[in-house]
Design a protein around this ligand. Structure first.
Ligand code: NAD
Length: 280
């Protein structure tokens, strides 16, 4: 029978454990989130992060900057947060408005406060399999979910659809470091279904509806759906044709309730780990 990978239940377990650990600390971890502009989806994500941070017993600092914030103003804020002893984690909510380039800022965050793991020092350390200060939250949460269900990674064929810097690339490194044979597919990949059919573990991170259909999946595979989109009926959907793919998969994540909650749990875990690193 197909097992539904319950990211919501596991994230609740992780968050309870964090809350318990924080209640025994002398000082509270501090998470600063910078939101530039008023992208509606980003505003919802930031509110959710604040809610979870407060729920975990952290101090939460939201910096809501106007749409026309200049490069200098944003650099100035990051420099201040780098020096602020109350702050353990700094998160720059992406995407930024068009006139700002994320890569002008991500490497200005102190790597020891880089709660998203996007600083080149942290992503570079991930690449050479040396422990980064923090690992990108979504990939970290996916590995944690696979481990929770004792899904073998070593020696398995893992196929990732999507090559973004926040999901596909760091996830490929985590899987490779755990001895999977990794293929990254993307929008220019030929014969995608031929590649996906070889996957013991198939992860889709495109944001495209029905990207993964039943005929693309090997019997008994593990399916991880990272995609999030709002369908015409207003409901959240992922990349995977869940109802049909579930018939051939051994393990599958739902949307919502799969990877999303694991991303948030990893963010809280990273904040606590950086707090212990900086003040422990
Ligand atoms: P992105 O939007 O930056 O890029 C999409 C990727 O999909 C690209 O690498 C592109 O090459 C690939 N792609 C697009 N069409 C394709 C096709 N037809 N065939 C093969 N590959 C194709 O990626 P992202 O920022 O990683 O986000 C991907 C999705 O994951 C989005 O829906 C996003 O909302 C979601 N997401 C969810 C979480 C979570 O916590 N659940 C976290 C991050 C992103």
């Amino acid at each position: 029978m197909t097992v539904i990978l319950d990211g919501k239940a596991l994230s609740n377990k992780i968050l309870d454990d964090i809350k318990h650990k924080v209640s025994n600390l002398k000082t509270k971890p501090g998470l600063a989130v910078i939101l530039v502009g008023n992208d509606p989806a980003s505003s919802v994500y930031v509110k959710n992060k604040e809610k979870q941070a407060l729920n975990s017993g952290f101090n939460s600092y939201i910096h809501n900057l106007s749409q026309n914030t200049t490069k200098e103003e944003l650099l100035d804020l990051i420099a201040k947060l780098n020096c602020d002893n109350n702050i353990d984690g700094i998160l720059l909510q992406l995407p930024l408005p068009k006139h700002l380039n994320a890569y002008d800022f991500l490497d200005k965050v102190d790597p020891k406060k880089d709660v998203d793991g996007f600083h080149p020092t942290n992503s570079g350390n991930l690449m050479i399999n040396e422990k980064p200060y923090a690992i990108a939250c979504t990939p970290k949460g996916i590995i944690r979910l696979l481990d929770e269900y004792n899904i073998q990674i070593s020696g398995q064929n893992a196929v990732i659809i999507g090559r973004s810097n926040i999901v596909g690339k760091p996830l490929s490194m985590l899987l490779l470091n755990r001895n999977a044979t990794v293929t990254i597919a993307h929008s220019k990949t030929k014969n995608l279904s031929h590649i996906t059919k070889s996957a013991d573990i198939l992860i889709s991170a495109t944001g495209k509806k029905n990207m993964v259909t039943k005929d693309m999946v090997k019997q008994g595979a593990t399916i991880i759906d990272v995609g999030i989109m709002r369908d015409s009926d207003g409901k959240l959907r992922g990349d995977v044709d869940f109802d049909n793919v579930k018939k051939v998969a051994d393990y599958i994540t739902p949307v919502p309730g799969g990877v999303g909650p694991m991303t948030i749990a990893s963010l809280m875990e990273n904040t606590l780990e950086l707090h212990l690193l900086n003040k422990g």
